[in-house]
Write a protein of this length. Structure first.
Length: 186
């Protein structure tokens, strides 16, 4: 299992370049450092799962912040054990589908964070192999603000349609009154 910074206990993380390094870094070390920076600073959530067990092996800080759980509390758990997915049987069915088809996408998945607040997310999962071991990568994008904006636009559109319908009704009523007025004057 990896530690928070991605290093195994017996392997040290490459040191930052302070201009006084003794030997150049290997391309593997540079690649690992770039990956770790990308993983840690991503503005979308990344959850890594063991494909066989469905248990969480790593998450990035965005997931911790989004769900309100510390890193160590997420590791080793299945997604439905941490609260965001309440329908366990549907979650297991989705996991089987993911394992069979190696891809699953939810455009509008409601999650619940630790504070019991609703969060709307896009949830895309892929299965791939790393050194012969199947891994599931779940990309989680918070779309709550977009969904709230869409709902607001829908509500405003409904109000506009209702107002146009009311104005059309009043216009027709005014036309009838004008015809009646014309008839009375004739």
């Amino acid at each position: 299992m990896t530690s928070r910074d991605g290093d195994s206990p017996d392997r040290q993380r490459p040191q930052e370049d302070d201009g006084q390094r003794a030997a150049p870094r290997s391309s593997l070390e540079v690649s690992e450092l770039r990956y770790r920076r990308l993983f840690e600073t991503a503005k979308d959530g990344i959850i890594l799962l063991d494909a066989g067990t469905g248990r969480i092996t790593d998450v990035n800080p965005f997931v911790e912040e989004l769900l309100g759980y510390p890193h160590d509390e997420l590791l080793g758990k299945e997604l439905w054990q941490i609260g965001p997915v309440r329908d366990i049987e549907a979650s297991r069915a989705a996991m089987r589908q993911l394992q069979d088809h190696e891809y699953i996408r939810y455009d509008d998945l409601p999650l619940e964070n630790r504070a019991k607040q609703r969060v709307q997310v896009e949830f895309v999962s892929n299965v791939y192999a790393v050194d012969g071991v199947r891994v599931i990568q779940c990309n989680v994008r918070d779309v709550t603000a977009r969904k709230l904006a869409e709902e607001s636009v829908r509500r405003l559109n409904d109000e506009l349609v209702a107002r146009v319908a009311e104005m059309t009704r009043r216009d027709e009523e005014m036309s009838r009154l004008n015809r009646m007025n014309d008839l009375l004057h004739a």
